[in-house]
Design a protein around this ligand. Structure first.
Ligand code: SAH
Length: 403
């Protein structure tokens, strides 16, 4: 990195206003002036049109999001002490979750919304999984690794890299996915609200488990007593375990992946000592959810529909809205009278408003009526401070009328 001059930017007016309001993404075409080419991971200082200091961001030369803001406001020195402070802030935000007890699996740092653009840290018991989504962290990895170890004191640490970073990480920085330092287990067992789960920390999707649904799962537990439950897109059975502990008579996991279903079974086995979980009959169906829901003739008292992101890009948004409608229309058609639907979406490109509107259309088209029991967004360990970071929304509807 050039020590001779700081990387300095000025932005076009709209981008300047957006940054001032707290939006952390600066696209390449929003940059009006730049004093020199910057390198990956370099700090870029953003000045406003009157040449006053405005913000500091991480520079990423090959990304359309060229700079991601990490600090806005008065001038600061961003050094190891500063990063340590941000990690400590993140740790403080989670104190309530940990103090409640029974939870050793949670998100510790949630990327851009906590000043760590494209960096996620998930904790599974004594293992931390750090996942990098932006190349800006590659040159900073050694520094971050030592700060993360210092602040969170994990026994094991796993590095995960988004697919687009893997080649550069390996060729230029000698970084590969996997345990860093002492090698731990492939499957790490942790607790969420007292339920035991395994997470495939090195090979699993994301960091091995979907920690963002913890609160919705707890809500499902409270709705499950005496009910026959269908968990569509079950993955490793997260919602199902809670339903079983909540007194469901029967729980069916539906997923296209044999691997996910095997993990769901393993998770049920991990909780055999619980007084309630073993009482629920656990079934697994490996199928495409769209097809299976269409052909199903049975009825369920509680159905969870939590698909993977159906719109990974903006241009997939319309198709995703259609797909959510189809899925939830089919699911609602399988509800017994008095049955409950829990519908979730993790597509950032489909807004919460759009999602709730499509669910309204689903209810209207069903010919019956539904009562809303709750709506939810992000939990405290998944803070979202700007619109693109708000990806998760869920709604619970109880079927009250005839269909
Ligand atoms: N609800 C889960 C997370 C879902 S992740 C939880 O609480 O942890 C999405 C899951 O959908 C994955 O397990 C994936 O295998 C599954 N999946 C993707 N496409 C599918 C399809 N067409 N039919 C059924 N399952 C599918």
């Amino acid at each position: 990195m050039s020590a001779s001059s700081r990387l300095r930017l000025r932005l076009f007016p709209r981008a300047e206003t957006a940054v001032r309001k707290g939006h952390p993404w600066i696209y390449a075409d929003s940059i009006k002036e730049q004093n020199r080419e910057g390198e990956a991971g370099e700090l870029a200082v953003i000045y406003d049109k009157r040449d006053r200091f405005m913000a500091i961001g991480l520079h990423e030369p090959e990304s359309p999001i060229r700079v991601r803001v990490v600090h806005l406001g008065a001038p600061v020195t961003i050094d190891a002490d500063w990063w340590r402070g941000r990690l400590q802030d993140a740790a403080r935000r989670r104190e309530g979750i940990l103090a409640a007890g029974g939870t050793t699996g949670l998100r510790l740092v949630n990327g851009d919304s906590e000043g760590f653009p494209g960096l996620i840290i998930d904790r599974y018991a004594d293992t931390l999984v750090v996942k990098l989504y932006t190349s800006a962290w590659l040159p900073r990895w050694r520094e971050m690794e030592s700060l993360i170890r210092e602040v969170f004191a994990p026994r094991f640490l796993v590095l995960r890299l988004s697919r687009n970073l893997q080649a550069t990480a390996s060729e230029h920085w000698g970084l590969e996915e996997g345990y860093v330092g002492e090698t731990g287990e492939e499957l790490v067992v942790f607790e969420e609200n007292g339920i035991r789960f395994e997470s495939a920390v090195v090979r699993g999707q994301k960091t091995g488990f979907f920690l963002d649904q913890r609160e919705n799962r707890a809500r499902v537990e409270h709705l499950a007593a005496g009910r026959k439950v269908l968990n569509v897109f079950s993955f490793s059975g997260g919602f199902s375990l809670y339903a079983a502990r909540g007194g469901a008579t029967e729980v069916t996991d539906l997923d296209i992946s044999a691997h996910a279903l095997a993990s769901a079974q393993a998770n049920f086995e991990l909780n055999q000592a619980d007084s309630k979980v073993p009482r629920a009959r656990h079934q697994r169906v490996q199928a495409d959810a769209f097809e299976w829901l269409k052909g199903c003739r049975g009825k369920f008292d509680l159905i969870v529909v939590d698909p993977p992101s159906l719109a990974k890009r903006e241009r997939e948004r319309e198709g995703a809205i259609q797909a959510y409608e189809t899925l939830n229309r089919r699911a609602i058609g399988l509800l017994a009278p008095g049955g409950v639907l829990v519908a979730a979406s993790c597509s950032a490109h489909v807004s919460a408003d759009e999602f709730h509107l499509l669910l309204d259309r689903v209810v209207a088209a069903s010919g019956g009526s539904c009562r809303e029991l709750w709506r939810s967004g992000h939990a405290v360990d998944h803070p979202a401070t700007f619109s693109e970071a708000h990806y998760l929304k869920a709604r619970c509807l109880e079927r009250v009328g005839g269909f």
